[in-house]
Design a protein around this ligand. Structure first.
Ligand SMILES: Cc1cc2nc3c(=O)[nH]c(=O)nc-3n(C[C@H](O)[C@H](O)[C@H](O)COP(=O)(O)O)c2cc1C
Length: 187
């Protein structure tokens, strides 16, 4: 059976480079996995008020089930002011609650960050890692993928034209495939 991998993209905008990276991974699919890109743009900002079952938004239930059903989760984050996006952090918070029902516990995760700038969005990458660490999600330590100057890596048809980035993403996806297997062996 192929692995189910959920991809959480931190940018909500249509022309997002982080979303293009996600779509490239889904399309190239070097590990023959079943990928799904999570919908996070309709998640209400998390409040403990929503922990009450009668108040829980449908979108909360959807993303929690998506994470629960996934064998692993790939985060692809932009960097906003040296951190991850509010949308991505909100999605992590939503899935971490109600208390005692977090779906991140023991869920294999991995992180890609990218920016049109020169930093590789490494601060955002590490912020996501820090949050997942406290939720007991085993985050793949390497390869670290922090992509800079990402706008020149895609053409006008949203195709990845940078062979080095292509190789990096292929290696990352294959490594994550092996990382997931360390935690679950009944594929
Ligand atoms: C509010 C805001 C803050 C940003 N801060 C950073 C930053 O700290 N570091 C960085 O490298 N790029 C920063 N950028 C530029 C983003 O890297 C760029 O907008 C990128 O394309 C966003 O990802 P996306 O293409 O997936 O939407 C920022 C952009 C916005 C809108």
């Amino acid at each position: 059976m192929s692995k189910k991998i959920l991809i959480v993209v931190g940018s909500l905008r249509q022309g997002s480079y982080n979303l293009k990276i996600a779509k490239h991974i889904v399309k190239s699919n070097p590990i023959q996995a079943e990928f799904k890109i999570a919908k996070i743009d309709d998640l209400a900002l998390y409040s403990e008020l929503y922990d009450d079952a009668s108040e829980t938004p449908e979108a909360y239930t959807r993303i929690r089930e998506d994470v629960e059903q996934a064998d692993g989760v790939i985060f692809i984050t932009p960097e906003y002011n040296r951190g991850t996006s509010a949308a991505l952090k909100n999605a992590i918070d939503v899935v971490s609650r109600p208390w005692g029902q977090s779906k991140w516990n023991n869920k294999p995760c991995s992180i890609i960050s990218s920016t049109i700038g020169t930093s590789g969005a490494i601060s955002a990458n590490y912020q996501v890692r820090q949050t997942l660490n406290c939720l007991n999600a085993p985050v793949m330590p390497a390869p670290e993928v922090c992509l800079f100057g990402i706008s020149s890596s895609f053409n006008e048809n949203d195709e990845l034209i940078n062979e080095i980035v292509e190789k990096i993403l292929e290696n990352f996806t294959q490594s994550f495939d092996r990382w997931i297997e360390k935690f679950k062996r009944d594929f």
